[in-house]
Every structure is written in structure tokens, then in C-alpha cells.
Design a protein around this ligand. Sequence first.
Ligand code: BDR
Ligand code: CA
Length: 312
Amino acid sequence: PLPVIFDGDPGLDDAVGWLLALGSPEDLEVLGFTAVHGNVPLDLTTRNAGVVLALAGEAGRNVPYFAGADRPLLREGVTAASVHGATGLPAAGLPEPLRGPEAGHAVDFIIRTVRARPGEVTLVPTGPLTNVALALRMAPDIAPLIREIVWMGGSTGHGNRTPAAEFNALVDPHAAQIVFGAGVPLRMIGLNATMQAVATPGRVDALRALGNRAGAVCAELLTFYAGVYRDRYGLDGGALHDPLAVAAALRPDLLDWQSMDVQVETQEGLNLGRTVCDLYGVTGRPANAQVAVGVRDGAFFDLLLERIARLP
Ligand code: BDR
Ligand code: CA
């Protein structure tokens, strides 16, 4: 199995993605969860990491989790409670975390884990890239040791939080630009792909019909989320952004990829946080990322359902 650290801001779609990971032991060795500010403040994203582990039962029992950065590198924090609820996990009857977060900072955990297994560790960030950028700045020696970074964020086209910018890119654009400039093999799963992976009412029913607690919780979270996606984006349910990034780590063949140069706009203004994707190679700059440009959505959802079914 692929050794992976999941870094994110749960956040209901992060939570569904992390459950997909915990239900996939033959493909993924979950080394730890690291929480970052984002959808809700850091104290809540950290606690929610513990809740996800408790939901996974035996699969989550020995997985450590850590608190990371509580704000972006330079800008003020931005949250998304209207999309994810005040706590980040809008579902009733969730379990308490079995234990608290580990002592020490998420960034130190990332650095020592990558150094301990050179060339092996994949990072799957599904939130603002603050923790990952800090790790690369504090320990530049880890850049050539990271197997790959598989990030949910950005877009080849339009944004969601502003017309130009996707939420994770917008919240910490400076961190994103550091990561895209670090020379680490990188995959970007942006809105152009994730908005095609929608939790339609039929899919939510299928999760609920699994009959286990994890399926019921996913269904409840995605039902909350669907309202926002119908009203704001005209979709027939919430977009499965972060679960698609987790799936990309375990089954990259579920997406189509194109190598290109990606730069992140860090200037204040209309385009702040835009991932400027050189789709046609017009800059002549070498590619720094493989960007998801297509998704086999049916096969992706079948995988998600199969793996959530295995949890308690
Ligand atoms: C991303 O923003 C967050 O609100 C979601 O969790 C996802 O990671 C989508 O733009
Ligand atoms: Ca997220």
C-alpha cells in the first residue's frame, strides 16, 4: 500500500475523502492526518480529524492526528461555514474523538515522516496549502524525498469562492505558489474535474442504503451540502472535491491528466488565488504539475461506495 499523509480542513467533503482512505487498507497506508485552518478554524478541523478516525472504528484506531497552521502565511484567514456548517461536520450523533491530537506540530510530523521514508511518502492535501508550504520552507531537504503531492484545489477555468479562484487556492495563495514552485511531483485536482463528480440524490440514497454508520453520516453530510450546491452552483448535489483527490491518489487511472505549467496569482485584486494553467504550452515554461482534465465519474463513485461500505 502507498504510504500517505492526509492534510486538510474537515470540512464535510474532506471527511468523506478521509473515510474513503480509511476504507482502503489494501491501497493506502494512512500514516496520519494533519489539520489546517480552512473551512472552519483550526480547533474545529483538528477535532473533526479525531471524529473521522472514531467513525472509522478499527481502521482509525492507531492513526495519529496533529494540529497544524491556524492561519495563512501572510493573509487573514477565510472560512466557509456557509458550505460546511458552523462545526464543519453538520451531522447529528457523531462520535467523540477517541483521543486528542498528538503533541507537536503537524509540520514537524510531515517533515520527520518524509525523512524517515525517503522517496515513499505521498502527501494528499485537501485544504489550503499552509502546512505543506511550511514543511517545504522549514526543511527544503524534503522536497526531493516526497514521492508526490496530490492536491485538491485550483481550477483550469473559473473559481468558486471568487470568479477567478478556488477556495483552497484563494485562502493561502502564497502557500500554493511555494508548493507549485518546489519541484516536487505534483498532481492538481481542481474544480474543472471535481465539479463533474456530484453527490446526486440517488448517490446519497446509495450511501444511506449501505446500512452502516459511516454511510449514514456521509449521506447526512452530503444532504446538508446539496442545498448550497443547488442554490449557488445549480448542481444536482454537492461536488465531491476532496474524495476525488483521495481517489486520484489510490487510482490515478480514474482521471485523465495533462502536464503543464501552473502558477498561482498572489497579487491582491480580481485574480488573487487564480491557478494560471498553461493548457496550450504558450509560455514555454516546463510543466510543474499533472492537472486533472477528465474524470471517470461512475467508476469513482462505485469505488467510494465500495470502500465506505467496509467501515462500521
Ligand atoms: C474545496 O474547498 C473546501 O471548501 C472543500 O473542502 C474543498 O477542499 C473546494 O473548493
Ligand atoms: Ca477541503
